[in-house]
Design a protein around this ligand. Structure first.
Ligand code: IVH
Length: 673
């Protein structure tokens, strides 16, 4: 083949620029200037030229959005800084309480906010180097996500490369990261489900699930066909916010050619935010995609930094969630599900009904008391509500001339629908339970919990696989997971060599997860994620934890008699001790760092304010906490020290007013020792 001439190179470049320009007009700005046919013609010309000169094909060429060959799985990649979630509120009162907290913590009352739509998709990070998209990463567990770059490249509203001048004009450096929401517009969702139905395939429950399923497609050709959309709402450089105001970030992203949702507003009070929330509640059905609320964010970055985070969500932003959407349908039957703790949950089987773009077929009735409270009978017409993540629920019985009452009364079965053991309802408790420790349903749910993302994160070990593993007796408890062989996995339905190996790799990787995950994974009643963390920090090893008595356990942060007794009861059962022994033999991580909290600052309360020169606020906080002290957000008479950095504001004034000791970083270091 002849090497391509300079002219060809130039023609290709011009074509690409032209196509990018029209893509931008079409997908981002919604203002096409070419007909589809004209656009296709340009694209075809570029494709032909690239086919003739394959050495000139680049990954950021518009032709590369079409998707390529299937891949074998996704690589895990760490995020530059954690991808957080948002705290939710459901009422005006809660929203105002949030504002008060912002005022209190920041010591100011003139705070600007940005109101944005809360898009109902999934968050996705895009990493750009030298103006070119190099990686698209799913949120994953917040710290580590999956590299879905090839699929992300097929999303038309994601720029594959941005000219230097354009970035410069927008004030954005060449290396940066964008975060935003990937979603499937309602029209694409409907079309996809219709096609799937016609092919006899299962349908996606809602656009959010469809988005997640689509971006994790192994074949990017499929992703390309499904027309996802992407709205940007964050810009980071080295994991940190870059502009001084969030509103500036959004404008800069806009200027650089990213798609930024235009339905946004800078407001100067929560009253204005509340008005914005009201306007969009009335208009949300007119949008071509689903939203589940409004996000209110503190505009100034410095203030955001000052407010910081709690657990997994920033204090500087809040999501106001709209009330559930509802629909009316008929209860055709009621079945009973058995959960991890043996709890029996009645579930209404509904005549399919479309609620807010989702087809609902089941709704929870929670328990027998709820059924009685609602007075529900099989055959009744009911109002079903669906909101965000929660399973749809039956809200009330509807009765009028078009909706006659049903007649069949539901009774809780006397025996477990899964294992046939007699069902028990303890005096004073609402729930009916299957008390058979070996009930297959409990086992199934326990294994699913153990393998889930927030616990041992064994990707691929979902419903279908766990059903087979437990039904065939290959997994009788969580320790059996670590005994699985490739031959075991290959004996299952629809399991190829590659998938079997992936699962074995995932299982192997899970052994590296820290002690607190294993403690959480044991499924001890009342021991959730946070408690597990405190227990791991306090005991530093499974061995110490196992031995602890009720008294000792109550020395652990947030552990009271109820949790302590539940733990002791768990380890009093020989089978549970044996289980832990087997996890030890399988070499899971059963030791950790005992958090040696110092005692120097016990009982002392600190407030941090201003910009510290030598460490971040989080580092300073950690130093104080490690020395036994406590850090709070606002200055009061109870505050022992205010640590003031540069540009300290009203908190410093308050400290002076109350006569609280004010120290600098150096003094803090001395205090900590
Ligand atoms: S900001 C730390 N802005 O909601 C900031 N999130 O419930 C976190 N979401 O994981 C994200 N629309 O997937 C932000 N305008 C918006 C959003 C938005 C939707 C999603 C996002 C996030 C989830 C938290």
């Amino acid at each position: 083949m002849r090497p391509p001439s300079k002219e060809v190179e130039q023609t290709i470049k011009t074509l690409r620029d032209k196509i990018r320009h029209h893509e931008q007009l079409y997908y981002v700005l919604d203002q096409p200037q070419l007909s589809d046919a004209e656009f296709d013609k340009l694209m075809q010309k570029l494709k032909d030229l690239e086919a003739e000169h394959p050495t000139l094909v680049t990954t950021d060429s518009p032709t590369q959005r079409v998707g390529g060959k299937p891949r074998e799985g996704f690589v895990k990649v760490p995020h530059s800084s954690p991808m957080l979630s948002l705290d939710n509120t459901y009422s005006e009162e809660e929203l105002r309480a949030w504002e008060r907290r912002v005022h209190e913590l920041s010591g100011r009352s003139d705070v600007d906010y940005v109101c944005e739509l809360k898009l109902d998709g999934m968050s996705l990070a895009l990493v750009y180097e030298d103006g070119k998209l190099v990686r698209g990463i799913t949120r994953g567990d917040g710290s580590v996500g999956e590299d879905v770059t090839l699929n992300v490249r097929t999303v038309r509203s994601v720029p594959l490369s941005i000219p230097k001048e354009k970035l410069k004009k927008a004030g954005i450096p060449a290396d940066f990261e964008v975060r935003g929401e990937l979603l499937m517009p309602l029209a694409a969702f409907k079309k996809m489900n219709e096609e799937r139905e016609a092919k006899g395939l299962s349908q996606f429950a809602n656009p959010r699930n469809a988005t997640a399923g689509t971006v994790r497609q192994l074949e990017s050709r499929v992703t390309a066909e499904r027309r996802l959309d992407y709205f940007s709402y964050m810009l980071l450089r080295n994991g940190r916010t870059y502009f001084d105001r969030h509103s500036e970030t959004l404008d800069a992203l806009d200027a650089a050619g990213f798609k930024v949702n235009q339905n946004r507003k800078v407001v100067h009070s929560i009253d204005e935010a509340w008005a914005f929330i009201g306007q969009w509640e009335a208009k949300r059905d007119s949008l071509p995609y689903e939203i589940d609320g409004i996000v209110v964010k503190v505009d100034r970055t410095a203030l955001q930094d000052e407010l910081g985070f709690t657990g997994k969500a920033p204090r500087w932003a809040i999501a106001y969630k709209y009330a559930a959407r509802a629909g009316i349908t008929k209860i055709e039957g009621i079945r009973v599900q058995v959960g991890r703790t043996g709890k029996l949950t009645p579930v209404a089987e509904l005549a399919p009904v479309l609620i807010g773009g989702t087809t609902v077929r089941n709704a929870t009735l929670h328990n027998m008391d709820e059924i009685e409270r609602l007075g529900v009978k099989i055959g009744d017409w009911v109002q079903v509500e669906r909101g965000g993540d929660v399973i749809p629920k039956v809200a009330k019985v509807v009765e009028d001339k078009d909706h006659p009452r049903g007649h069949k009364t539901f009774h809780m079965p006397e025996t477990c629908p899964v294992c046939g053991t007699k069902v028990v309802r303890t005096e004073g408790e609402v729930d009916y339970r299957c008390v058979n420790a070996n009930c297959p349903a409990k086992l199934r749910e326990t294994i699913l919990h153990f393998a889930s993302r927030g616990v041992m994160n064994i990707d691929g070990m979902g419903d279908a696989l766990v059903n087979q593993l437990t039904e065939r007796g290959l997994v009788k408890n969580v320790a059996d997971i670590y005994k699985l062989t490739k031959a075991d996995l290959l004996s299952l339905e629809r399991m190829g060599d590659k998938s079997a190996q992936n699962i074995l790799d995932e299982i192997e990787n899970s052994k590296k997860l820290p002690l607190e995950r294993v403690i959480y994974g044991l499924g001890i009643r009342f021991v959730g994620e946070r408690t597990a963390q405190f227990l791991a920090e306090h005991f530093g090893s499974m061995e110490e934890f196992e031995k602890a008595g009720v008294e000792e356990l109550q020395n652990v942060n947030e552990v009271g008699p109820r949790i302590a007794e539940s733990i002791v009861e768990f380890f009093s059962i020989a089978a549970n001790r044996k289980l832990v022994e087997r996890l030890r033999e399988a070499r899971l991580t059963l030791t950790g760092q005992k958090k040696q909290r110092g005692t120097k600052l016990v009982g002392k309360t600190f407030v941090l304010t201003g910009t510290l020169a030598h460490f971040t606020r989080d580092e300073a906080k950690k130093m104080i906490e490690d020395a036994g002290g406590k850090v709070t957000g606002s200055v009061s008479k109870k505050t022992d020290y205010v640590v003031a950095g540069a540009d300290a504001g009203s908190k410093l004034d308050k400290a002076k007013e109350l006569g609280v000791a004010v120290v600098d970083e150096k003094a803090l270091e001395r205090l900590v020792g």
